[in-house]
Design a protein. Structure first.
Length: 206
C-alpha cells in the first residue's frame, strides 16, 4: 500500500539527490548495492544486538532512500532488465538480514515465555515469506499472469516489524515486538493466498 502511494513523494524528494549522484558519475547499480550493504550491516550490528529503536530508525532512513536508484536510472536513461533484477535480488537479501536479525533477537534477547515463543514462530513464518511472496509473483509472470495483489507490500511489512521492535525498546510491553512480527506473518500468508487465487483464476479462465 505505502509503496504504491509513496512513489510520487519519493520522486519529488530524491530527484535533487539523483542529480548530484549523476554529476559524480555514480550508477544506479552502485546505489543499489551500497544500500544493501548498509542495510545488512545495520541489521546485524543493531537489531541483532537489541538496539531495536536506533536500528529501526536507521534502517527506516536507508530503506526510505531505496527509491534513489530508480530515480537515478530514469534520469540517466540507464534503466535495464538487469538493474531491475539486481534491485529485486538485493531487496531479498536486505529482507533476510532484517527479519533474520529480529528473529535472532527473539531467540536470545527476549525472556522465556509466551511472547518469546510467539515471536519465534512468527519470525520463522516471516523468514519463509521473504522468499515465497516474491516467488509466487515471479512464477505467475512466467505464465503471463500479473499477481501483484496483496494486503501489504514489502515497505509495509518492514515498517510494521521495525516499529514493533522500536515500541518495545521505548518502554512499552514486549508484546509489541511480537505483534509486529505476527502482523507481518499474517499479512504475508494472506498475500500468498491472494496471489495463488489470482493465478488459479486467470489460468482457469484462459
Amino acid at each position: 500500500m505505502l509503496g504504491n502511494h509513496g512513489r510520487s513523494i519519493t520522486l519529488a524528494i530524491f530527484t535533487p539527490l539523483a542529480i548530484g549522484l549523476e554529476k559524480l558519475r555514480i550508477t544506479p547499480n552502485m546505489v543499489t548495492v551500497a544500500g544493501t550493504v548498509i542495510s545488512c550491516t545495520l541489521a546485524v550490528t543493531l537489531l541483532a544486538s537489541g538496539h531495536l529503536a536506533v536500528g529501526g530508525l536507521a534502517l527506516g532512513v536507508v530503506l526510505f532512500m531505496d527509491s534513489v536508484d530508480g530515480v537515478l536510472a530514469r534520469r540517466t536513461g540507464t534503466s535495464s532488465n538487469f538493474g531491475a533484477f539486481l534491485d529485486s535480488t538485493m531487496d531479498r537479501i536486505t529482507d533476510g538480514f532484517v527479519f533474520g536479525s529480529l528473529l535472532y533477537w527473539a531467540v536470545v534477547g527476549l525472556p522465556d515465555g509466551a511472547v518469546r515463543q510467539v515471536s519465534i514462530v512468527a519470525g520463522i513464518i516471516c523468514m519463509t515469506a521473504i522468499g515465497v511472496v516474491p516467488y509466487v509473483r515471479a512464477k505467475a509472470e512466467s505464465f503471463n499472469v500479473v499477481a501483484k495483489v496483496g494486503i501489504a507490500e514489502r515497505t509495509d511489512r518492514l515498517i510494521v516489524a521495525l516499529l514493533g521492535g522500536a515500541l518495545t525498546q521505548w518502554g512499552l510491553a514486549d508484546w509489541w515486538f511480537a505483534v509486529g512480527l505476527v502482523w507481518v506473518a499474517f499479512a504475508s500468508c494472506v498475500t500468498v493466498g491472494q496471489r495463488i487465487w489470482v493465478v488459479h483464476r486467470e489460468l482457469r479462465s484462459a
